[in-house]
Ligand binder design. Structure first.
Ligand SMILES: Cc1cc2nc3c(=O)[nH]c(=O)nc-3n(C[C@H](O)[C@H](O)[C@H](O)COP(=O)(O)O)c2cc1C
Length: 296
């Protein structure tokens, strides 16, 4: 029996840094709405007020951070009550696609949700432009927005029609996921000491928008606490580009990232076919994702 006919209530809960996952979550929400599904959407940022009691399908969406989910996602899952008879769908959003070590980026989330009593029925990987180290080439970025509605359409219809999709991570990637757990503490330490240059106007935007509530204002300047996910939001939303990471300088993209402008540009642009010979091999996973709608 499909989700609609069994009156399932769906709830997308997402964590997003530079708004790629937010954009993808909103696109998926629209696909469900177009199919007449009963669905809500909430950002983990509003964790205290998210009401999940009446939902029976949880759709959790998050960006891949070091082959895993950001620590805020685990914090939210640990706050959930133990339940029975609820389904969960896990959707990771990456800059690199379903390549190693990303194949295990849902593995620990799955384990934690199962411990809370959820049954995992579907797993997907979506791609959005990279927000760290190297910008996704523009044609690829625009193509990611072009293919997203079709991917969301497919995900929504699989979930509505109870068509399960479970992915098998590579064993080596599972090991890496555990080795990379150091990242969870590393990002908190790095984030505690973000640099704010003299251009800062004290506008408070970073503090208002930080998805982990990690930024407070002191003497009209942002002050970072110990709960950073290194999600990059404050870097890219700062109107005067005044915030950066103190070490790992190449972590922040030189040209910034504005997901919603890229999305509008994609709307207005015809994207030529992208050939694998013209792009660097590091984008192979993204290219496969773009060229095959079933690749999710
Ligand atoms: C701390 C950090 C670690 C990341 N690690 C990975 C990774 O291991 N694999 C990958 O494909 N992308 C990685 N990315 C890129 C993001 O997953 C990707 O850009 C995603 O679309 C960001 O979503 P958001 O805009 O909702 O934050 C990382 C990003 C950050 C900030």
């Amino acid at each position: 029996m499909g989700i609609q006919s069994s009156s399932h209530k769906l709830h997308i809960i997402y964590f997003s840094g530079s708004y790629g996952t937010k954009y993808a979550s909103e696109c998926l929400f629209s696909s469900f709405k177009n199919k007449g599904a009963d669905i809500k959407i909430s950002e983990i940022f509003q964790a205290d007020t998210i009401e999940t009691d009446t939902d029976n399908v949880l759709i959790i969406m998050y960006p891949v951070h070091a082959g895993d989910a950001p620590h805020s996602v685990y914090k939210w899952i640990s706050s959930l009550k133990r339940i029975q008879n609820k389904k969960a769908v896990i959707i990771s959003v990456s800059g690199g696609g379903e390549i190693s070590p990303n194949t295990a980026c849902r593995f620990r989330v799955k384990g934690k949700l199962i411990k809370k009593g959820y049954t995992i029925t579907n797993e997907y990987m979506l791609c959005m432009p990279s927000n760290v180290f190297i910008s996704t080439e523009e044609n690829l970025s625009l193509a990611l927005f072009k293919v997203l509605p079709a991917k969301c359409e497919l995900i929504a219809s699989e979930i509505i029609n109870d068509k399960e999709r479970i992915k098998k991570p590579l064993f080596f990637d599972i090991i890496l996921t555990y080795l990379f757990l150091i990242e969870k503490t590393g990002v908190k330490a790095l984030g505690r000491y973000h640099k704010v240059n003299k251009d800062c106007t004290g506008c408070k935007l970073c503090s208002k928008k930080c998805p982990t509530g990690n930024i407070i204002m002191k003497n009209d300047k942002p002050h970072f606490k110990w709960n950073c996910s290194l999600c990059t939001r404050c870097f890219y939303i700062c109107p005067v580009n005044s915030i950066s990471v103190r070490i790992l300088k190449f972590f922040k993209l030189k040209n910034g990232l504005d997901i919603y402008s890229l999305a509008s540009k994609a709307d207005e642009t015809d994207i030529p076919e992208i050939s694998s010979q013209k792009i660097s091999f590091i984008w192979n996973g993204v290219l496969k994702y773009i060229n095959d709608i079933e690749n999710i």
